[in-house]
Design a binder for this molecule. Structure first.
Ligand code: IPM
Ligand code: MG
Length: 361
């Protein structure tokens, strides 16, 4: 089959890691007789440089008309880059928020898996790790604080800033359904995370999630307060299967989740909506400090491409193949610098891509 992929290399290490993911997709194409055509789309800092805005209408339209979107990373060095000398809605990250909203990608799935080959990179104690953990954070992506009205003005002679956190029951119900659906394919446990002891939006979240859970009697639903969840993630991550939470809590908890695996350079993510069109990107950022040095770990992007094969194209065998290839290369002892340990073979970004593509061919 032929699939049209909108590719957004973006900023920093984005172009390097995307190049390697394309190598791997092309290897899959050859082996399984698919053709992937790529249309490059500008977003983030590179788009600001070329067009003055982080995402043009035309770029968004190209993404909309594709079968799926593969993204590297956007953003620069906040202290140094001139991309940040402008209003917040014109900065690189605004492009990311705009494409999520524009494509109605309300469900963000970030798996946190401890790869057995990389146990030594995990910062948790061995008795906590046990035989590893494997959970996903399902983050609401197009509502809450990130999309609420905000303003800064003088109130009673003081500069005062306001951000609003709004959720309606529909927004909560549709992400909850996604979480229950994913849980059904896993260990059938959803832990909904909120701050219902303080926030109205959280109280509604808890109530609606409970209502939706009635449609899924085979899935166990528990609730947890977000501060407790932050603690439980380092105390006993094995307890989690699917963590369901709102936008900002999910932003924070998914970074924590990736760190407890010890290898943020390994973690993929998928942003999905009501259709097959999804946006796939590594969970890590643009790492401007190592950009262009062939040091980046392309595995998170490669595994994001695998998620694309699975969720957007329904190519399960092909997705499994990519994941198996990654595991095989790790088993053979190849490591990028971020996951390097004594006795292993250090390789650069391009070599890592070659090795994984090589396992597929
Ligand atoms: C992420 C990032 C973004 C977010 C930023 C860059 C706006 O942190 O994808 O987690 O907060 O959603
Ligand atoms: Mg984040």
């Amino acid at each position: 089959m032929n699939f049209n992929i909108a590719v957004i290399p973006g900023d920093g290490i984005g172009p390097e890691i995307i190049r390697e993911a394309r190598k791997v997709l092309d290897a899959i194409g050859v082996q399984y007789s698919h053709s992937f055509s790529y249309t490059e789309v500008l977003m983030g800092g590179v788009s600001i440089d070329a067009t003055g805005v982080p995402l043009t209408e035309e770029a968004l339209l190209t993404a909309k008309n594709s079968d799926s979107v593969l993204l590297g990373a956007v953003g620069g060095d906040v202290g140094k880059s001139s991309w940040y000398d402008v209003a917040p809605n014109l900065r690189p990250e605004a492009g990311l928020l705009a494409i999520r909203k524009g494509l109605n990608l309300f469900a963000n799935i970030r798996p946190a898996i401890l790869f057995s080959e990389l146990k030594s990179a995990c910062p948790l104690r061995e008795d906590i790790i046990g035989d590893g953990f494997d959970f996903v954070v399902m983050r609401e992506l197009t509502g809450g604080l990130y999309f609420g009205d905000r303003w800064t003005k003088e109130v009673d002679g003081l500069r005062t800033a306001t951000d609003t956190l709004v959720y309606n029951e529909q927004e909560i119900a549709r992400i909850a359904r996604q979480a229950f659906e994913i849980a059904r394919k896993r260990r059938k446990k959803v832990c909904s995370v909120d701050k219902a002891n303080v926030l109205d939006s959280s109280r509604l979240w808890r109530q609606v999630t409970k209502e939706v859970s009635m449609e899924y009697p085979d899935v166990e639903l528990t609730d947890m307060l977000v501060d407790n969840c932050a603690m439980q993630l380092v105390k006993d991550p094995k307890q989690f299967d699917v963590i369901l939470t709102e936008n900002m809590f999910g932003d924070i908890l998914s970074d924590e989740a990736s760190m407890v695996t010890g290898s943020i350079g390994m973690l993929a993510s998928a942003s999905l909506g009501d259709t097959k069109l999804g946006l796939y990107e590594p969970s890590h950022g643009s790492a401007p400090d190592i950009a262009g040095q062939n040091k980046a770990n392309p595995i998170a992007t490669i595994l994001s491409a695998a998620m694309m094969l699975r969720y957007s194209f329904d190519l399960d065998a092909e997705a499994n193949k990519v994941e198996a290839a990654v595991k095989e290369v790790l088993k053979k002892g190849y490591r990028t610098i971020d996951i390097m340990s004594p006795g292993k073979t250090l390789v650069g970004c391009d070599k890592m891509g070659d090795l994984i593509a090589g396992e597929i061919m």
